[in-house]
Design a protein around this ligand. Sequence first.
Ligand code: PGA
Length: 260
Amino acid sequence: MEVIICKTDDEMSRAAAEAVADVLNAKPNAVLGMATGSTPLGLYQQLVRMHKAGQLDFSQVTTFNLDEYVGLPVTHEQSYHRFMHENFFRHVNIPPQNVHIPSGTTRNYRAFCDWYEQRIRECGGIDVQILGIGSDGHIAFNEPASSLSSRTRLKTLAKSTIDDNARFFKSRDEVPIYAITMGVGTIMEARKILLLANGKKKADAVAQAVEGPVTSMITASALQMHPDATVYIDHEAAGKLKMREYYDWVKEKKPEAPRV
Ligand code: PGA
């Protein structure tokens, strides 16, 4: 696992956007795994900026989002459909038919989840998956005690996640209790994973995910088993890492490292 500690949130977003751009430049028809939440907003702004500057073309790209709240229509202000449209899709040239976001309003969740997994396979798998991390260590909505080989499914949110996400709703009572989420096993099949985290509130979760034991109690810790996972964090989110000095040393020495 590579850990890149950035001075600011902006630097973190730029570094992660460069990594996504590298994948797209090597493979213009790449499959991107998208995340919602406040953390990846800066990354999306950077990708939009590159697109508007003529540096990134999304015309052959396919996307799969990690999760969606159950019960929110796609037009709801807090639905992840709306979030993605407002913050990313409407600013770039991804063909709408190439966009996949779990349905929060299907009448058959099990069938939908199976279809979603099948669609990912049909599209050749996810080339690069963007992730945030919850304060309880979750990735997507894989709450503590989720199986590390779980697949896309309906999940009951932890009370701490409902508390964390209440800031986006008028009241805590309006936060959905269920979501459809890719599983940890689904995420682990992505060829490359970028996990982003910022702010003090994430410092414990980041330390446990990167340096703690691999455990279903911190589902992000499964990334330790992934062959190509990079963690982009700001100073505050790095606050509890024991090996911080080493990660900075690796970053400093990277330009001089043998390339082949
Ligand atoms: P956040 O959410 O980016 O809004 O902090 C992250 C997550 O819960 O995965």
